[in-house]
Design a protein around this ligand. Structure first.
Ligand SMILES: CC(C)(COP(=O)(O)OP(=O)(O)OC[C@H]1O[C@@H](n2cnc3c(N)ncnc32)[C@H](O)[C@@H]1OP(=O)(O)O)[C@@H](O)C(=O)NCCC(=O)NCCS
Length: 150
């Protein structure tokens, strides 16, 4: 599923030079600005901050799909393609790629629009696994998927 929100939010567009198929996938779950407080001692945005944003983005999507509390159980295939800079608008896109009995696997991508404008660039992606929890913190079965009326 391709992202379709940008026309309504006014966000910058994908660089027309990117390879076919390489565009944001899924739902916008978080959009924020990288701030000076998020930098490492070298002045670059700290990778841990970006991982936290992606965990939050995947977690909020998973919580809605699971109908309640979820927890991160695994993060796989995490890649930092390009740096994030202070002032970048960071958008995290999330897509459920697998439903288990109690777990949801989400593809999470972070794309940025640089402060000076220009095209949207994919900086980071990873696969996050969340588990639905009951009130005692034990894994619980996911609710059935409700299909939309035609
Ligand atoms: C999540 C947790 C409750 C799972 O408990 P558990 O007794 O191991 O439960 P299960 O073995 O039944 O696994 C539950 C699901 O997680 C999946 N899972 C467990 N470990 C996994 C891993 N390393 N990678 C991918 N999936 C994993 C299982 O396949 C299962 O999925 P399914 O029901 O869809 O088939 C427990 O591992 C936990 O509390 N972990 C700590 C989570 C945490 O603190 N996260 C960091 C802060 S957010």
């Amino acid at each position: 599923m391709s992202c379709t929100d940008d026309a309504t939010t006014g966000a910058c567009q994908v660089d027309p030079g990117v390879e076919a198929g390489d565009e944001p996938r899924g739902t916008v779950s978080i959009r924020t600005i990288a701030m000076p407080a998020d930098t490492n001692p070298s002045g670059d945005i700290f990778g841990g901050w970006l991982m936290a944003q992606m965990d939050l983005a995947g977690g909020t999507h998973a919580r809605k799909a699971a109908g309640g509390r979820v927890v991160t159980v695994a993060v796989n295939g995490f890649s930092f393609h390009l740096p994030v800079k202070v002032g970048d608008e960071v958008t995290c896109y999330t897509e459920i790629i697998k439903r288990g009995r109690t777990s949801l696997t989400l593809d999470v991508q972070a794309w940025v629009c640089r402060q000076d404008g220009g095209a949207k660039i994919k900086v980071t992606e990873g696969v996050f696994v969340f588990v639905a929890l009951d009130a005692e913190g034990r894994a619980r079965p996911l609710p059935p998927v409700v299909s939309s009326p035609r």
